[in-house]
Design a protein around this ligand. Structure first.
Ligand code: SF4
Length: 196
């Protein structure tokens, strides 16, 4: 944790290829006591440029869908498995995922969310430690040991999947709706999390 101050990492040298390809480290954003944490794969070009996770088209769709179910981006925390943009948006390697895991674990421990939502295949497999067929399994909730305790992980398709396959739209929306229900947002407030 020598490059982490609070929940923010800076000047991290552990992944040489990503150190070369990043403009900056992209840390998680949102409340440090959020009940819902969304975990993506890695920053893309716009995230790398702006220093924030899930901006651009995917971020807009996530924001819009959150609004539709009664949540605002300001209500949730959004972070990534790796905090530096991989070259040409390739998937992070197993070693890079491992290198960054400690930061994510620390973030989850400190934020202590009730529900962790994995956006896409890479974060789903990384956090659950098994192969995940995201399209088939989206909406499923599974326990996993994360950030020092057993937590509920809600599998979700990546918002960008809906751009290439319109049939994924309803899956994405239904999963975000489920996230909001788990957070109690539909009934106002987040007390429902304790009842899950
Ligand atoms: S991806 Fe994570 S571990 Fe790798 S250099 Fe960036 S901050 Fe460090």
């Amino acid at each position: 944790m020598d490059h982490m101050d609070g929940l923010a990492v800076s000047d991290c040298p552990y992944c040489p290829a990503l150190v070369d390809s990043r403009s900056q480290v992209v840390n998680g954003g949102g409340p440090e006591d959020a009940d819902l944490v969304f975990v993506g794969e890695a920053p893309g070009a716009q995230e790398d440029e702006q220093g924030e996770p899930f901006v651009g088209r995917s971020g807009s769709l996530l924001d819009e869908t959150l609004r539709d179910v009664g949540l605002a981006r300001a209500d949730v925390r959004i972070t990534n498995c790796v905090r530096c943009r991989p070259p040409e948006n390739r998937d992070p390697t197993a070693e890079e995922l491992d290198n960054c895991r400690g930061y994510l674990e620390h973030e989850l421990e400190q934020v202590d969310p009730e529900v962790v939502v994995t956006l896409g295949k890479v974060p789903s497999e990384h956090l659950l430690g098994r192969d995940v067929a995201v399209t088939n399994e989206a909406g499923a909730v599974e326990p996993a040991e994360l950030g020092g305790k057993r937590r509920r992980v809600l599998i979700c398709v990546h918002p960008a999947a809906t751009f290439y396959d319109r049939s994924q739209e309803s899956t994405f929306e239904a999963t975000i709706e489920k996230a909001a229900e788990l957070a109690g947002a539909v009934d106002g407030g987040q007390a429902g999390l304790d009842d899950f």
